[in-house]
Design a protein around this ligand. Sequence first.
Ligand code: ZN
Length: 134
Amino acid sequence: MTIKTNSLKLNTNKNFEIIDITSRINEVIDIEDGIISIFSKHSTSAIVVNENESGLLKDLELVLNNLIGDEFSYEHDRIDNNAKSHLKSFLLSSSECLPIKNGRLDLGTWQSVFFIELDGPRHGRTISLTIIGE
Ligand code: ZN
């Protein structure tokens, strides 16, 4: 069994942006079978698995904006004015641990891995990858 570490760097262009990183993750995988931890090192972003359908991705943005709206005064905004970005990240997840089979992510037919930018645009977002297997 081996443990390997790697990372992906991403630049984002919008305040809210969903980026499909499935193919970039598959390019990094260099074992046949195991698991991979995909972890965003930022508290205003998320890593999630879901379907890459354009309407659905817009629906996610709509729902997050409705849940965490402008009608409240957020405490964290006293510090750096991005409370809504952090709160959306709380509701999602900072990492996914996924199976690897035959040298690739073993996803379902309609599943993709997404990095979600919640406080962009940003330069040099870092996603930490830890691969365990053989
Ligand atoms: Zn902040």
